[in-house]
Design a protein around this ligand. Structure first.
Ligand SMILES: CC(C)(COP(=O)(O)OP(=O)(O)OC[C@H]1O[C@@H](n2cnc3c(N)ncnc32)[C@H](O)[C@@H]1OP(=O)(O)O)[C@@H](O)C(=O)NCCC(=O)NCCS
Length: 149
């Protein structure tokens, strides 16, 4: 049975998973403490995510990751759907920023997100090393949005 638990202390215990989504720890530190953290279990731990309150009814998914051996089994999507329900009352727009990686963009598309805007050179300006996904360098941050009913 799927179960989602909010994590309020010792969030760094999930660093291994967090680094799958955001490989530079100093960048994770920018949102980890102020973010809400949720852990999805199906027996054992499968996925983790961090969400921040950006004010005025806007929330942002800063990080989501599923253990590699459990990916593509619906856990990530289930966790996103949990977030939509959890924040329904106080959130009208959920944002997520991501690298221009087809796999990740497909995943968020499947979860109902659509293109919002881009932040030019976010990854080259803020990270201390070049990052690649599927052989392609991450440069701009692509923001996607989902309006909650
Ligand atoms: C992105 C990520 C969180 C998705 O989690 P997941 O548990 O594998 O996702 P799901 O199994 O719920 O997939 C949901 C949908 O996305 C699509 N999808 C997920 N991974 C995909 C992949 N690698 N390629 C193509 N489509 C993919 C699937 O088609 C699926 O749609 P379906 O419901 O119609 O089958 C996971 O791949 C991951 O941890 N990646 C590393 C960390 C990362 O890049 N995080 C995102 C940046 S913050």
């Amino acid at each position: 049975m799927l179960q989602v638990k909010e994590v309020t202390r010792n969030k760094k215990q999930y660093l291994e998973l967090l680094l799958l989504a955001d490989e530079q720890e100093s960048m994770v530190d920018r949102y980890l403490e102020r973010g809400d953290m949720f852990a999805l279990y199906d027996g054992d731990l499968k996925s983790i995510c961090v969400v921040t309150n950006e004010g005025n009814g806007i929330y942002e998914i800063k990080s989501i990751a599923t253990y590699p051996q459990y990916q593509k089994q619906g856990y990530g999507k289930a966790l996103i759907e949990y977030l939509f329900e959890h924040y329904r009352e106080q959130c009208h727009t959920m944002l997520v920023g991501t690298g221009e990686s087809p796999l990740t963009l497909t995943f968020y598309g499947q979860c109902g997100f659509t293109y919002s805007h881009r932040i030019k050179n976010f990854f080259t300006d803020h990270y201390d090393h070049p990052m690649f996904e599927d052989g392609k360098q991450l440069v701009d941050m692509i923001y996607l949005k989902k309006q909650l009913p």
